[in-house]
Each structure stands twice: as structure tokens, then as C-alpha cells.
Design a protein around this ligand. Structure first.
Ligand SMILES: Nc1ncnc2c1ncn2[C@@H]1O[C@H](COP(=O)(O)OP(=O)(O)O)[C@@H](O)[C@H]1O
Ligand SMILES: [Mg+2]
Length: 182
């Protein structure tokens, strides 16, 4: 996978498949600490111990159709390649939490990529029903993007309306750019 935003998309697709109604994505880029941390938490059906133990193995999957099973293992691998850490916690009917850390300046650390595209793809694939809370910090400056708040503002207009998604994409791109400006 090219960049971390695509890994994030892959993990959140798992959350949607697990029936999550709320997905929280937290990205912390702290150059002073030489750390990049990604946290993805969902309230889906979770995993039992046995499944959780297997989930980091390549090719483990519970998909009935295509058996790929590379999503989690590739993200775990990407953290190890940049001297980071990977952690996944899950409990049946409680949900799942993934924490992935990376050494910021490591030569093999993948770039974050386009988070706006990932968030928009995620809203679209959840048919607008799954709520996304996305918090991004860069060197102490943050923004919060929360579809619950946006839906209230939109009133009767569906959040997955193509014109709305195009507008949200621009807002997200601007927000990421703003926190990165020094
Ligand atoms: N957030 C999640 N909630 C519940 N189960 C999950 C979650 N993430 C992964 N899993 C389980 O781990 C398996 C492997 O996930 P993954 O590595 O992304 O491969 P794939 O999505 O191709 O099956 C999934 O099939 C699913 O059973
Ligand atoms: Mg997957």
C-alpha cells in the first residue's frame, strides 16, 4: 500500500463491515517527539480472543467472498519498518481499537497521504450512516471533523450527497493544510 491514509481506509472498512456506527480516527504528528501516531477506534461487533490472536497473521480473514486478510498485517508491518509499534485491542460486542506508531523521520516511514480522500471515501462507503470523528494534530495544532455536527448543520440534506461530499473534501484539505502551516 502506497501511504498510511490507504491503510487507515482499509482498517475503517473493517469497522464498517463489523457494523460500527461510530468510527474515531486520531492522527498525531509530533515532530518534537519524532512520533506519528494513528488511532482508529470503532464500536462494531469486535472480535473474540481467538480471532484477535490470528488477526495479525497475513491471509487471515473472515470475509466469506474474497479471502485476502492483509489489511491489519500490512499496517502492523508498516509500523515495524519505521521502528514503531502496533497494538490492536478488541472485545466482542464492545468494539476494536488500533494504535499504530511510527518514527517520524524514519527513512522507511510511509507518508500520511491524502486524509481528505480517505474520510470522504469512508463517509460514502458507510452510506452516510456511519459517523466519523476525525481529530488531527500537527505539532500541537489540531482540528476536529465530526460528521454528527455536520449532519445537524445540513438538516435534511444527506451527507453523502455528491455536492456535499465535494464541499467537505475541500474543507478537509484546507483544515489539514492550515495545521501544517508554520
Ligand atoms: N474493526 C474490526 N472489527 C471486527 N473484526 C475485525 C476488525 N478488523 C479486522 N477484523 C477481523 O480481522 C480479519 C482480518 O482483517 P484484515 O487483515 O483487514 O483482512 P480482511 O479485511 O481482508 O479480512 C477480518 O476478516 C475480521 O474478521
Ligand atoms: Mg480489511
Amino acid at each position: 500500500m502506497e501511504d498510511l491514509s490507504l491503510h487507515i481506509l482499509d482498517c475503517t472498512e473493517n469497522s464498517i463491515r463489523a457494523g460500527a456506527t461510530i468510527i474515531t480516527i486520531i492522527i498525531e504528528e509530533q515532530r518534537a517527539d519524532n512520533m506519528l501516531t494513528i488511532t482508529i477506534e470503532d464500536n462494531g461487533h469486535g472480535m473474540d480472543k481467538e480471532t484477535l490472536n490470528k488477526v495479525k497473521d497475513p491471509f487471515f480473514s473472515t470475509k466469506p467472498d474474497k479471502k485476502t486478510g492483509l489489511g491489519i498485517s500490512l499496517l502492523a508491518q508498516a509500523t515495524h519498518e519505521s521502528e514503531g509499534m502496533f497494538d490492536i485491542r478488541s472485545a466482542p460486542n464492545r468494539g476494536t481499537k488500533i494504535t499504530a506508531t511510527f518514527r517520524y523521520d524514519h527513512i522507511d516511514r510511509k507518508s500520511l497521504g491524502n486524509m481528505a480522500d480517505t474520510i470522504i471515501a469512508l463517509i460514502a462507503s458507510g452510506s452516510g450512516r456511519v459517523d466519523i470523528r476525525y481529530v488531527h494534530t500537527f505539532n500541537g495544532r489540531s482540528f476536529i471533523f465530526d460528521t454528527k455536527t455536520i449532519k445537524k448543520e445540513l438538516q435534511d440534506i444527506p451527507i453523502n450527497d455528491p455536492a456535499v461530499l465535494a464541499d467537505l473534501k475541500k474543507q478537509l484539505e484546507n483544515a489539514v493544510q492550515e495545521i501544517r502551516e508554520t
